[in-house]
Design a protein around this ligand. Structure first.
Ligand code: NGQ
Ligand code: ZN
Length: 458
């Protein structure tokens, strides 16, 4: 696929930075960026888009390979099934994966994410080594596999190679199931530096992640943060499960989020993934630091994590984004809906995630996830604004549900209306990746994915 040199797009309805506008002409330059936006314009000479236009969101948390086991961990064990028994099943999949499997699974996932309304994905990438735990001949093999997948799908990629060194607090030795994840600090920094050029060539952003406070020590965090570029996004899983909270307290007398803030200068570069189990004090700490909380509602529900106090966090002006994490769902609408529904189920009330009386819940969630997703992905500026990449989603104007409504009701109907898939077209960086619900490489990607699943018996 080749970018057209210069494109004029006409939208009857578009969600711009300051709200919905009508009869909008978006000019997209040869560099894939929006070069001008005109409102109240005529359509002549422009490509007329087939429905309401919204910005594509960044998905801030993915473990792509886990898409292969979606819906296959729902058979009861001995009655004590938990996050930790799920993790054993996940490690079994990890033990089988080849780089080609990872490309096939990730490319399929990324096409699904595009069709779900995501334009980029931050890949929290910790599967580094061969099955015996030894690095591949090319130590970056698996990271390069992620770049290959993103090249096939066209999705925007923020690659977050993960530093993982221990199995629990206090620097406990890793387990056998974790051997494909493990680095020492020098080995990790070598991997990271070696990825700078491949990511530049591929047009991917490069950040990094610490797997969790279980997997790293404070000294390791300090050594790595000191050695990486100042603008790189830094992600970490934190306080997802109550067992992590009790282990943290047993180890240091501090809760995980408190401990993280003791150990590191947590600021806008950081994304705290899950942060499920937090006190009022921790909510205020995170909000005040400008860090993004990475919420993954369908995975958090699937794994029985608990509920993040999103209403309190919003009231404190906290920044959040959404991720699909283990990919038991792959759409913007599914994640945002469950984020709101969790708060409703807890409070036994409705319309929890709205910024003020009269505000649309869908719009509040969408705006929050757009800004937080961009921040956590290392992308400056989000939304349909001049000079930003032309990353946009056209919802299906043929849907009677969408045709009948205006403004924020479009988002509310998409997120809360149970419409099924209404993502019609997706443009990323000025290239059409989905047109009328189809991705051009879809058949080949599906074939490779089916072959990988057959091989993995997944
Ligand atoms: C992961 N996933 O690394 O894939 C984790 C589970 C862990 C989620 N937390 C493993 N959803 O946290 O140790
Ligand atoms: Zn995760």
């Amino acid at each position: 696929m080749v970018a057209d040199n210069h494109q004029l797009l006409f939208a009857e309805r578009a969600l711009l930075a300051d709200g919905w506008a009508e009869n909008v002409i978006l000019a997209v330059g040869a560099d894939g960026r929006i070069s001008s936006i005109e409102r109240g314009a005529g359509a002549s000479g422009a490509r007329r888009l087939g429905g309401p236009v919204i910005p594509a969101l960044a998905n801030l948390h993915s473990h792509a390979f886990q898409r292969a086991m979606a819906g296959l961990t729902d058979v009861a064990g001995q009655g004590d099934d938990s996050f930790w028994t799920w993790r054993e099943e996940m490690y079994r999949l990890v033990s089988l994966l080849t780089p080609d499997d990872v490309v096939a699974i990730a490319a399929k996932l990324q096409v699904e994410l595009l069709k779900g309304g995501f334009g980029r994905v931050a890949e929290f990438h910790y599967l580094h080594h061969g099955p015996d735990g030894r690095p591949y001949a090319e130590p970056a093999e698996m990271s390069l596999a992620m770049l290959r997948a993103a090249d096939l799908s066209g999705i925007g990629l923020t690659l977050l190679p993960v530093f993982y060194a221990h199995s629990d607090f206090g620097g406990a030795a890793p387990t056998a199931g974790q051997r494909r994840f493990i680095h020492d600090v020098d080995g990790f920094l070598t991997l990271l530096h070696g990825l700078v050029e491949p990511c530049r060539v591929a047009g991917a952003r490069l950040g990094l992640a610490f797997h969790s406070l279980r997997a790293v020590t404070g000294d390791e965090i300090a050594a790595i943060v000191k050695a990486v570029p100042e603008h790189a996004p830094i992600h970490i899983h934190v306080a997802e499960q109550e067992r992590e909270v009790s282990a943290s307290i047993a180890h240091s007398g501090r809760r995980p989020v408190e401990r993280l803030y003791d150990m590191a200068d947590v600021d806008e570069r950081w994304c705290l993934v899950h942060a499920t189990h937090v006190t009022d004090l921790e909510v205020a700490m995170i909000a005040g630091s400008g860090a993004v909380v990475g919420l993954c509602p369908t995975t958090e529900a699937d794994l029985g994590d608990g509920l993040f106090p999103a209403t309190d966090f919003l009231a404190a002006d906290g920044r959040f984004g959404i991720g699909t994490d283990s990919h038991v769902a792959t759409s913007v609408a599914d994640e945002l809906r469950l984020l709101e529904y969790g708060q409703r189920l807890r409070d036994r009330r409705r319309n929890r995630m709205a910024s003020r009386p009269g505000a649309s819940v869908g719009r509040t969630l969408f705006d929050g996830a757009l800004a937080g997703g961009a921040q956590a992905s290392g992308v400056a500026g989000a939304g349909l604004v001049v000079d930003a990449p032309a990353d946009l989603v056209v919802l299906d104007g043929r849907s009677p549900y969408l045709a009948a409504v205006q403004g924020d009701a479009i988002l509310d109907r998409w997120i809360f209306g149970g419409l099924g898939s209404v993502v019609r077209d997706v443009m990323i960086g000025g290239r059409w990746l989905v047109e009328d619900g189809r991705h051009p490489e879809e058949e080949a990607i599906d074939r490779a994915f089916a072959a990988a699943l057959a091989r993995l018996r997944a």
